[in-house]
Design a binder for this molecule. Sequence first.
Ligand code: HPA
Ligand code: ZN
Length: 325
Amino acid sequence: MNTETISQLPKAELHLHIEGSLEPELLWQLASKHQVSLPYQSVEEIRAAYQFEDLQSFLDIYYQGASVLRDEEDFYQLMWRYLCRCREQNIVHAEIMFDPQTHTERGVGFEVFMPGFLRAIKDAESQWGMSAMLIMSFLRHLSEEEAMDTLEFAKPYYAHITAVGLDSSEVGNPPSKFERVFARARELGFKCVAHAGEEGPPEYIWQAIKLLGVDRIDHGVRCEEDTELMAYIKMRQLPLTVCPLSNLKLRVISAMQQHNILRLLEEGLLVTVNSDDPAYFGGQLNANYQALCDALDMTEVQLRQLAINSFKASFLDDSIKQKWI
Ligand code: HPA
Ligand code: ZN
């Protein structure tokens, strides 16, 4: 498939961690601005260090990288650079995750990062008309009480947050640990998503659905191991936000040829393509579509269906979705 076809297709991105869009160049620049010492001597060394064995080995480096984000302008720059990449790739709508606890734990509060994020989003909306929503993700290696505190700290910004999510180290931190905080978030009117079935078993996907009441599953690729679960996800048309290059880099699969996304698509599941943490996994959204084309002989019909699915699975109003479907 032609790279041009991929890049010209209007797309939505639904699974993107803004902290995971921090490119080595900006990381380097901010480390020098704030005099943070890094265990690397150059931008090239940073990039070379991005080799992972699994989710945890990635998360260790990802949290270390995020520590250079200190003031409002840093968060503006981070968001602005991602939104400019959206423009280049014809991503017309993005639902962007942020991890408040990665920042509040080191004394950087909502009053620092939220104004930076919101100003960048406003600039992109006014300059080229793209839309963006924010998903506040709780770190699952921390306690439910800390997630509850985070939900409380976010109060002044509720109007600017569309959904809550759950990310970080999956195995050993099942969705059941966060039942109360998700119930509270639903009461407050937030949409809910959760990472499940990336490294964790199908049981975690069931829990995200049944105990957290999620509207979407992030990753979810291990649903294929449970036929009943697959049938249920299909029946409900619960979207899966799949991240091919992430799955390869974190060794959820050992080769792109093994990726199950097209099998899930042909089964009738509402799967979408996303970049997860593009600065760390070696490709933006269009590169993820390209990798599927190259490894799986994806047809143009399948490509177009995946792009349509990205709008169907979004939290946009139905009237706006119609424009893209
Ligand atoms: N999985 C879990 N947590 C994360 C990820 C991911 O792919 N990316 C950033 N935080
Ligand atoms: Zn993710």
